[in-house]
Design a protein around this ligand. Structure first.
Ligand SMILES: O=C(O)[C@H](O)[C@H](O)[C@@H](O)CO
Ligand SMILES: [Mg+2]
Length: 398
């Protein structure tokens, strides 16, 4: 079997969107004052617009007609250009079963500029499509090629609860508690620029959600890199009484020493990884005890080939892996490793941030039942197909 072609298309949502409400979510841009002269790189999908409304879909086809589906959501247009210009020529004509060789070929060929960020995200998309091919060619789901079923079903946590009105947040938490979720991730809306009043607001929001879900359910706290170490040092001790399962991405991903200091500061585990890349990136996080929960995203980190290696590395360090975002490319990794205790889960919503766009492009994503997800032993490959019913609401860039 040889790879015959690689097709990368950008799906640009032009349908209805729900603009971010309230203080929504602290993020890395918060520490940079808002300069009307240059709003978010001319309105593009950047950190604080929370408009990740494009997604690149990759179709890798073999000479015997198997088509593997991959995807990338970071800088989708740039990722497409990288795939078209650099990665496709490296894999066409090759045997998809040589997936380690092909992953190394893409990683090393683009190493001068691609070892972090969108270069690795583009590699991830091609690699994910290759694994979809492998599963389809032997009529097995991808997780069966990675280690098989380690769980009867996958526990998942409800992930949304962006910082809007506290009563709205409590209603939202109530709704999903009633649907059987036993774990919830909420977002802070305030950071250093909001001074002590912001600290009070942040604490109030955690108290409000705890009021609804009680203390016999997990609560995770998301900062999305919107704080700095000094602010986190001040607020973490005040958060301990709420017993969060983890506090996520307090500071920018490059401040590994900052993560390590905060991870050792209180009883609250610090999590991160959705903005880290490659096996070596995670070795650094583990060696420096920067995180207590690893959260790579398989469509960013280097694909299934890379994520599978990171799963093994994290197991050796006894640091659990709970991938960012849910989505099939992550669910197969979680199912196949005992060191992956649960998945993140965004239910399907009207398009808001963009995390939910996956549901509008792909068919086959499992729907959580009572806080659990199931993967099908008999669905080959990733178990995804392209939807046609929302196609009219996308601009598709070939
Ligand atoms: O952990 C997450 O789910 C991500 O950080 C979200 O995708 C981002 O939208 C912030 O909530
Ligand atoms: Mg996050």
């Amino acid at each position: 079997m040889k790879i015959k072609s690689v097709r990368a298309r950008v799906f640009e949502w032009k349908g209805k969107t729900v603009p971010p409400q309230g203080n929504f979510c602290s993020n890395a841009m918060d520490l940079v004052y808002k300069n009307p002269a240059s709003q978010h790189a001319a309105g593009k999908d950047t950190m604080n617009t929370f408009r990740f409304h494009q997604w690149t879909v990759v179709e890798v086809e073999t000479d015997d007609g198997i088509v593997g589906l991959g995807n990338v959501a970071l800088a989708p247009r740039i990722a497409k250009a990288i795939i078209d210009e650099y990665l496709a020529p490296l894999v066409v004509g090759q045997d998809p079963w040589d997936y380690e060789y092909l992953n190394q070929r893409m990683y090393r060929a683009t190493h001068a500029w691609g070892r972090k960020g969108v270069g690795m995200a583009a590699i991830s998309a091609v690699d994910i499509a290759i694994w979809d091919i492998l599963g389809k060619s032997v009529d097995k789901p991808v997780f069966k090629l990675l280690g098989g079923r380690t769980k009867e079903k996958i526990p998942c946590y409800y992930s949304k609860l962006y910082r809007t009105d506290l009563k709205e947040m409590q209603k939202e938490a109530e709704t999903y508690l009633k649907q059987g979720f036993r774990a919830f991730k909420m977002r802070f809306g305030y950071g250093p620029q909001h001074l002590q009043q912001g600290v009070v607001e942040n604490l109030k929001s955690v108290e409000a959600v705890r009021e609804v879900i009680g203390y016999d359910n997990d609560l995770m706290l998301e900062c999305y890199m919107g704080w700095n170490v000094e602010y986190a040092r001040r607020i973490l001790p005040k958060l301990e009484k709420f017993q969060p399962r983890w506090l996520e991405e307090p500071v920018v991903a490059d401040d590994i020493d900052g993560y390590a200091e905060l991870n050792a500061l209180t009883s609250i585990p610090i999590s991160g990884g959705e903005h880290e890349f490659s096996l070596y990136g995670f070795k650094q996080l583990l060696d420096r005890k920067a995180v207590s929960v690893v959260q790579y995203d398989t469509n960013r980190v280097g694909g299934i080939t890379m994520a599978h290696k990171i799963n093994a590395l994290c197991e050796a360090y006894s640091v659990p892996v709970i991938p960012h975002a849910g989505q099939m490319h992550n669910y197969h990794l979680t199912m196949s490793s005992l060191n992956c205790p649960m998945s993140e889960y965004f239910p399907m919503f009207d398009v808001e941030v963009g995390n939910e766009l996956f549901y509008y492009i792909f068919e086959g994503e499992p729907v959580a039942q009572d806080g659990f997800l199931q993967l099908d032993d008999d669905k080959p490959g990733l178990g995804l197909t392209l939807r046609t019913d929302y196609l009219q609401q996308f601009n598709i860039i070939e």
